[in-house]
Design a protein around this ligand. Structure first.
Ligand code: BGC
Length: 400
């Protein structure tokens, strides 16, 4: 069966995403750097130079633009911009401004994430998100980013995956510092409340810089699927891990949808995927349809008037042909959503580069590989394929 294709709606974002700590290298003032060097066995290896994108960002952007992408989502690092409380680095602000201008010069619209999991060590030392004054400190940092985002940045993400931040805070309370497993353990309610307040304060601070900037945040969607009879259990499980954060986006300009796999929920809670399913390098079930479910669920919870942007989607694999297959399946879902009238305004793959996957370099999500010694970048066939769709401006409607 062939369904030809679906045209990108006007202005559709077509890109790839990264996060500062995962690609820059030597982010030495951040809480994650400290975790990586604390001797814990919950972090397999440290990020060290990562992809050296702090110095080589122009190579990353050159490649993405050449491949056919029109949008690039990257994050700026609070721990660099404010390495000590109240001390802002003009040099780092200038560095990120050069990145914004570099993106624009290459025809890549920048989407700037202000916070992607890492905080400065001093912020962690004073108690993190739930400490008194944390929200105001974050808003002050956002205001200090005016020179970076003040011109030519159409989209700003305040906080990436606040729900994962809350889950990681819950994990930390039980002595765990790693990245959470799919399905997600219990979030920390106080952290949830704090990051929602931080999002609203940051959105206000961004609008004060320029009201035309489109502000949103990006939510991790686990695609919880209820087994028959477990609908209520699923809704109760999902609300503190997902819906509460989507509801908090109701007044926003857009919402970011990030999905990778699914989690089935039975009467007792999350069920492990059967032994015989295909798994990715993160051990998640290979499930390209995830993004379709995530988009539909988000639209239902956030309600009309808040456009959806897929801000992360992809798989960790050493087999790039599987990655193409995954993206083809995912894009058919995106196309179906657009045809059904969902306000989907863009698609950004995770990730542009093979990067530091919060504890290890082994799960390779990248469209572009990195030589760990020379840092040489090589576009994989999946990058050529996905980027090329940016030239035809057509989404494959159905893979078969
Ligand atoms: C995060 C990324 C991460 C990816 C794959 C998302 O949770 O935003 O930083 O690398 O998923 O695990």
């Amino acid at each position: 069966m062939t369904h030809a294709s679906t045209r990108f709606p006007d202005g559709f974002l077509w890109g790839a995403s990264t996060a500062a700590h995962q690609i820059e290298g030597n982010n030495i003032n951040s809480d994650w750097w400290r975790k990586e060097h604390s001797g814990t066995d919950q972090v397999q290896e440290p990020s060290l130079d990562a992809c050296d994108s702090y110095h080589r960002w122009h190579q990353d952007m050159d490649l993405l633009a050449e491949l056919g992408f029109t949008d690039y989502r990257f994050s700026i690092e609070w721990a660099r911009i404010e390495p000590a409380e109240g001390r802002f680095s003009g040099a780092e602000i200038a560095h990120y401004r050069r990145m914004v201008e570099g993106a624009i010069a290459r025809g890549l619209r920048p989407m700037v994430t202000l916070h992607h999991f890492t905080v400065p060590q001093w912020f962690e030392d004073r108690g993190g998100w739930t400490a008194e004054g944390a929200v105001e400190l974050f808003a002050r940092y956002v205001t200090a980013c005016a020179p970076v985002i003040g011109e030519g940045v159409p989209y700003v993400c305040t906080i990436n995956e606040p729900n994962m931040i809350s889950v990681m805070a819950g994990l930390a309370k039980s002595g765990n510092v790693g990245f959470p497993p799919a399905g997600l353990p219990a979030p920390d309610d106080e952290t949830t409340e704090a990051v929602i307040a931080a999002h609203h304060a940051a959105a206000k601070a961004v609008k004060a810089i320029d009201p035309a900037i489109q502000v949103g945040w990006t939510i991790a969607n686990q695609v919880y699927q209820a087994l028959p009879g477990a609908e209520e259990v699923t809704a109760a499980y999902r609300h503190p891990r997902e819906d509460i954060f989507i509801e908090a986006a109701r007044g926003d300009d857009w919402i970011g949808v990030q999905s990778y796999t699914r989690t089935k929920i039975g009467p007792e809670g999350p069920m492990p995927a059967p032994e015989d399913v295909e798994r990715t390098l993160t051990q998640w079930e290979y499930y390209p349809a995830a993004v379709g479910h995530a988009l539909r669920h988000t639209a239902e919870v956030v309600g009309p008037g808040v456009p959806l942007i897929v801000t992360e989607n992809g798989m960790a694999t050493a087999d790039d042909a599987r990655r193409i297959d995954y993206y083809a399946g995912a894009l058919a879902e995106v196309a179906a959503g657009i045809e059904d009238g969902l306000a989907i305004h863009g698609y950004l793959a995770w990730s542009a580069l093979d990067n530091y996957e919060w504890g290890s370099f082994k799960p390779t999500f990248g469209l572009i590989s990195i030589d760990p010694e020379t840092f040489e970048r090589t576009a994989k066939p999946s990058a050529v394929w996905l980027g090329g769709l940016g030239r035809t401006r057509e989404l494959p409607r159905s893979a078969s």
